[in-house]
Design a protein around this ligand. Structure first.
Ligand code: HEC
Ligand code: HEC
Length: 348
């Protein structure tokens, strides 16, 4: 008995020399760093340079028209009033003042990257940016022009627009028209694509996102946000019910007003999250003031999840990587001066 114990003690007390330390294992070669979720999102498409002189002219004409307040009854409201291109395409207000300060019930979404969405407006009622562009000009609470003919007349009264429309629509006998103006504005909007760090990451430069942003991207995907906010614009690809899991109070029927289908009640276009850190307030009615609150509400109403403050902060950190560069060429150009026949502003 005694002997056995001695043996055990000897073994424990390190009577034998300890084995030499194992040599440091050579560090395994780091796996090549690769971006994640490339199939799910992908980089924004590059904007193709204008194919010819007419295409180039169309874009610069659309740019002028986008900023031209003379397309409104009181000549004080342009597209840029509500979609300010030096403020990421929004005006920062829940709803926007139009003619005589009137406001509609919906928040002004950004025009940046909008051409890439499946359709335009919160309810998708216009198929593309060209079709969308005529709407606000004759909308009585937005730019409030009397009718299409009044817009035609306004455009024709500005002498400098004549050569610009001719260059943009060569061979068109009635080049100066509201219809062509909408096509030009659409062509300009198609240039408003804003690549940022996320695109560099998607293209293979993993270091373009900080570690915190990459972690936030994981949280975004793991939480289920990407089931709806997907594709290069991280949204803009489908309609979904607001309040899919936990009902959401809103008087807005959303897509049902377009399709007349009861099943579409409360459905909205899933908004793109490009530049979302800069485009508050949020939701179709602009009722959500901060990004953190928008993320928390999404977790609850769309996914039935109570996201922790840490998860919300992490997702928010990722969403900041979606802030991109507004093309410098989109700035306000010099507008052609009014002519003797140009109508005067009408505040009525
Ligand atoms: C008085 C403010 C106001 C003016 C002026 C205005 N808009 Fe808007 N715009 C809005 C609002 C509000 C919406 C959303 C309406 C809805 O979804 O029903 C919108 C939606 C859009 C959209 C859809 C974007 C998306 O993500 O679906 C585009 C594109 C757009 N406007 C471009 C223009 C252009 C071009 C002009 C000038 C011809 C213009 N807007 C003038 C307020 C305005
Ligand atoms: C089931 C589809 C769905 C899921 C899942 C979803 N969203 Fe949304 N998201 C929407 C819809 C629809 C809207 C538009 C809400 C409205 O019109 O008021 C929206 C709006 C938003 C907005 C406001 C954008 C703006 O410009 O107003 C943010 C931010 C947002 N979602 C982030 C998230 C995050 C983060 C998650 C995950 C926690 C998430 N969403 C999950 C469908 C979804």
């Amino acid at each position: 008995m005694q002997t056995i114990l001695m043996v055990v003690l000897a073994a424990c007390s390190g009577g034998e020399a300890p084995p030499p330390p194992a040599p440091e294992p050579a560090p395994a070669p780091a796996p090549p760093a690769e971006p994640k979720y490339v199939q799910m999102f992908g980089a924004l498409p590059a904007v193709a340079p204008p194919a010819d002189e007419a295409a180039k002219s169309k874009i610069s004409l659309g740019q002028a028209l986008y900023y031209d307040g003379r397309l409104s009854k009181n000549q004080d409201i342009s597209c840029n009033s509500c979609h300010q291109l030096d403020h990421f395409g929004v005006d920062g207000q829940p709803t926007s003042p139009g003619h005589k300060g009137q406001r509609g019930g919906r928040n002004s979404p950004t025009t940046l990257n909008a051409s890439l969405h499946i359709a335009q407006f919160w309810d998708g009622r216009a198929p593309d940016v060209e079709a969308q562009a005529k709407g606000p000009v004759t909308n009585p609470i937005e730019m409030a022009m009397k009718d299409d003919a009044a817009v035609d007349a306004m455009l024709r009264s500005i002498p400098g627009y004549e050569p610009m429309f001719q260059a943009a629509f060569p061979g068109d006998a009635k080049a100066v028209s509201f219809a062509n103006a909408a096509l030009a504005i659409g062509a300009f909007e198609r240039t408003l694509v804003t690549p940022g760090p996320f695109d560099a990451y998607m293209a293979g430069d993993v270091s373009a996102l900080t570690e915190a942003q990459q972690k936030g991207l994981d949280t975004f995907v793991a939480s289920g946000c990407s089931t709806c906010h997907t594709g290069p614009t991280v949204g803009g690809t489908m309609y979904q019910k607001l309040g899919l899991v936990v009902p959401y109070e809103t008087a807005d029927e959303g897509r049902m007003a377009v399709t007349k289908n009861e099943a579409d009640k409360g459905f909205f276009k899933v908004p793109s999250l490009r530049n979302v850190a800069k485009t508050g307030p949020y939701f179709h009615d602009g009722s959500v003031p901060t990004l953190g609150e928008a993320i928390t509400k999404m977790g609850k109403h769309q996914l039935g999840k109570d996201l922790t403050p840490e998860e919300v902060a992490s997702i928010s950190t990722f969403l900041e990587a979606l802030t991109g560069e507004v093309p410098a060429t989109a700035a306000k150009p010099e507008l052609p001066p009014s002519g003797p026949k140009t109508p005067k502003p009408d505040p009525s």
